[in-house]
Design a protein around this ligand. Structure first.
Ligand SMILES: Cc1cc2nc3c(=O)[nH]c(=O)nc-3n(C[C@H](O)[C@H](O)[C@H](O)COP(=O)(O)O)c2cc1C
Length: 234
């Protein structure tokens, strides 16, 4: 008796949880990604910033789908949508990718003349930390362009921002990162990415250990002109 009551209660609780998450009625999900990402666009934009310290807790599959749906709503040249998202959750793959990411990060730093941790300026320390622990991110998205070249590459970039904003709306953090040609072939091989495609960004995602925004940005007066470049923007 007590056993069946427990089952009954847990079923009811489950239903309530499902309803509150997605208004799930009779097998039909009436709530779209659009509704689930209900945070105001202002709050999402003004609190979204690079989150590099991530909890290892998994991201629910439904949230991941919403984030990717939002990413694919982005504009692209001629609506070509030349993107492909490799969504990496597999622990072994993440572990194999981690040293490649670290190698890429240091290759980029060496290109800029930074040879070791002692050369890294304070503003790069957080990125250096991410290079050491990217494998702990529960999800790593490789945003690829399906063909090579700057055209397809630039058409994938708005999707990255959509993805991060949608993640922000769900309380999930991440950041845009790039790789380095030094590891390109090995990363392609690891994730079976065709030679004809290119990896544009690598976006680790997860629940933040730190806090979201506000981000520090230049004043409008520094980055805007009225009508002609250099005319003060009031
Ligand atoms: C094209 C691009 C490349 C980036 N590459 C890296 C990277 O390799 N590693 C990293 O940790 N962050 C990277 N970032 C994140 C930036 O450092 C971050 O967006 C910027 O410092 C602003 O951070 P905030 O939003 O927290 O203020 C990159 C961002 C962009 C747009």
């Amino acid at each position: 008796m007590l056993g069946s009551l427990t089952v009954l209660l847990s079923d009811t609780t489950m239903t309530l949880v499902q309803r509150s998450r997605s208004e799930y009625h009779g097998g039909v999900d009436y709530m779209t990604a659009e509704n689930r990402l209900a945070m105001s666009v202002g709050e999402a934009i003004f609190t979204q910033r690079a989150i590099r310290r991530l909890k290892p807790d998994p991201i629910p599959e439904s949230d991941l789908r919403d984030i990717l749906k939002a990413a694919t709503r982005a504009p692209s040249g001629g609506n070509s949508q030349p993107w492909h998202f490799v969504v990496v959750t597999d622990e072994r793959l993440r572990a194999e990718f981690a040293p490649l990411y670290r190698e890429a990060w240091w290759a980029k730093r060496r290109d800029s003349g930074f040879l070791g941790p002692e050369d890294i300026p304070p503003e790069y320390k957080a990125a250096m930390g991410l290079a050491d622990r990217i494998g702990e991110s529960p999800v790593i998205v490789l945003l690829c362009a399906t063909t090579k070249g700057t055209g397809p590459m630039s058409s994938t970039i708005p999707a990255a921002q959509n993805l991060l904003l949608a993640a922000r709306a769900l309380g999930i953090g991440g950041t845009i990162t790039t790789l380095h040609s030094q590891v390109e072939e090995r990363v392609h091989a690891l994730f079976h990415i065709p030679e004809t495609a290119q990896i544009v960004y690598c976006l680790p995602l997860g629940y933040p250990r730190g806090r979201f925004g506000p981000a520090q940005r230049k004043q409008l007066s520094e980055v805007c002109s009225s009508d002609l470049w250099g005319n003060a923007f009031s």
